[in-house]
Each structure stands twice: as C-alpha cells, then as structure tokens.
Design a protein around this ligand. Structure first.
Ligand SMILES: [Zn+2]
Length: 324
C-alpha cells in the first residue's frame, strides 16, 4: 500500500533481502510505496496468483464499532496482521480507517453500478499496490470464500503485482485526482510517468475508451457494423494501454452485433475471444457463459434479430485496413 510520497516505480527487483509470504510471492518494501508484492516466478495470463480468505468482512453499513467487534472475534495472528496494514484515513480512526484503506469486494462490483454486499480485508492482497495498467485482477470466489487474484497478462519473475484501485478509463490528471482523494498518494506508475506526446496519446486513448465503454454498456452503437468496428478499435486501444480487464465487455458487443445479423462465423470468433478474456480475468466459472455461445452462437437470444449481413471477427485484417 502506498505511503503517500511520489516515486518512480522500479520494474524489477532483486530477489535478495525479501521476506517470504505465499509460495511464489514476496512482500517487500517498494521504493516510494511502502510494502508491495513481487512475483518470484513467471505467471501465465489467467493463472491464479493468490487465493486468500479474508481476515474478516463487513457489510456496506459499517462503523468503527462494527470493525472493532469483528476484529475482536479474530485469532491473535489475524488481529496482528490487520494492525500491520496502512491507514490512509487516520481521521476515521485506526480501526475503520485501516479497514477502508485496505477493503476489497467480497462479491461483484460491476459496471452497471451493482456493489458487492460485503467487503473484506486480506493480509497479503492488502499489500498490492495500485497501477494504472494493472497486471492482476481480483475476483471473489463465493463457493470457497476466498479472494482470487489472477494474472491479467503474462507476468515475469521479479515484476511487482499491481491492481487497479480507481477508474482506469480516465486521463492521467483525473486518475491521479481520484487516487489522491481516496488513498492520499500521487500515482507514479509507468503510465503516469509518461510525458509529452506519449502522455497525450495515452490520455486520448483512455478518453476514447471511456466514451466507447459507456456507449457499449448501453448497446448505444447505431449500426451493427459500427458496433463491431468500435469493439475492434477498443481492443486495439486496450492492447496499447495495457488494460486487458475490459476486453470481455467489448467482445460482448462484437458478438452481439455479429449474432444479430446471423454472421455466426464472426460471432463465434468474438465469443472465443470473450471466453479467453473472461476466463483470464474472472475464472473458468464466470467464463462458462461463453462456452455454449462458442459452440452455438445461434442460440443467443438476439441471434438473427436484424437483417442478414457479413461483418468481421476481432482479428480480421479488415480493421487495420480501415484504420480501426
Ligand atoms: Zn498511474
């Protein structure tokens, strides 16, 4: 967790003077960020990096008293682990401030505003620092009662693991302002340290992605060809910005448009990509929605609802020819 000072992050760490935690991870001091988690080995995209039960959880309505009461029920080592964590909200008191600094959702927070009914604090996952191009994603496994961190992309041994704390589809100044207000630090991740033309290009890509994301969540893309083209454009911008966590949402748009016009070859290609992206970020069970649609895209509820047309899949050369 960040301590508030600004420092350019180091991309690699030597594997000496580290203290062990889970088998393949180390918690160590990261310059300018307090503690952080370093991968001790290569993780493949989609691989589980950590599965961890909470120290304790709280509902959405919570107070210093409710946090202290829950903490009192925990074994001494869990209480010790909690009090070791950073508190960036000292005005809210030590217990509630520490909880709110480190809480992660035990359920699904989604793009439609639904909020997980409970939040928990995790001894190891709480050490994850923020990155504006995060390399892990968190998902709650209700059956096992654990938070699962998955690699969003291939991660090299020695890389720091990072999670997105705030809105990522925003310009640098807006991302930094949100992180400053909520967590009291100045983000100095590899995206935020870009300058000049590189920063302007990154800001432009994220602004474009934010507009596309908002429109596609509501299905607001007039013609199916525009919808598929925008989805292909979004995938390119996500690749350039290092934001694979949004891929599956845009693949849904591409799939919907192709299935609606009965182009089941292209629809299947979008469904395969959606399945792979969803499995990498959220796990096999979450991705199972796509399995049936990969096999039978014409079983989709809106299949064939518009006039028959031929569009294109996500990796079609058409998109680069057209400049998407
Ligand atoms: Zn940043």
């Amino acid at each position: 967790m960040y301590l508030g000072e600004s420092h350019r992050r180091t991309a690699r760490h030597t594997l000496t003077d580290l203290s062990p935690t889970a088998d393949d991870l180390y918690i160590t001091d990261v310059p300018g960020k307090g503690k952080g988690i370093i991968a001790l080995r290569y993780f493949q995209r989609g691989e589980t990096v950590l599965a961890e039960p909470p120290l304790f959880t709280q509902g959405l309505v919570r107070s210093a008293a409710s946090v202290r009461a829950a903490l009192a029920q925990c074994p001494p080592e869990a209480q010790h682990a909690f009090w070791e964590l950073h508190n960036c909200h000292p005005a809210r008191g030590s217990a509630l401030g520490t909880f709110e600094t480190n809480v992660l959702p035990c359920g699904a927070n989604d793009a439609h505003g639904r909020v997980a009914p409970r939040g928990g604090v995790f001894a190891t996952a709480a050490r994850l620092n923020h990155g504006c191009a995060p390399n892990v994603n968190n998902a709650w496994d209700a059956a096992r009662g654990v938070l699962v961190l998955r690699a969003l992309r291939d991660i090299a041994a020695g890389e720091e693991l990072t999670l997105g704390y705030g809105a990522l589809l925003a310009r640098r100044e807006d991302r930094r302002a949100e992180l400053r207000a909520k967590f009291g630090f100045e983000c100095a991740c590899e995206v935020c340290v870009l300058e000049g033309k590189a920063r302007a290009a990154s800001d432009a890509r994220r602004e474009c992605l934010a507009a596309l994301y908002g429109a596609h969540l509501q299905g607001a893309y007039g013609d199916p060809f525009d919808g598929v083209g925008e989805a292909a454009l979004a995938l390119r911008l996500l690749r350039e910005e290092g934001l694979p966590v949004y891929e599956s949402s845009f693949c849904y748009s591409g799939f919907h448009c192709c299935a609606a016009v009965s182009d089941y070859v292209s629809a299947k290609a979008w469904a395969v990509k959606a399945f792979e992206a969803s499995r990498a970020a959220f796990g096999e069970e979450h991705a199972s929605y796509w399995k049936g649609l990969v096999a039978n895209p014409n079983s989709y509820a809106d299949a064939g609802s518009l006039g028959r047309r031929t569009l294109a899949g996500p990796d079609s050369p058409l998109w680069s020819v057209l400049g998407f």
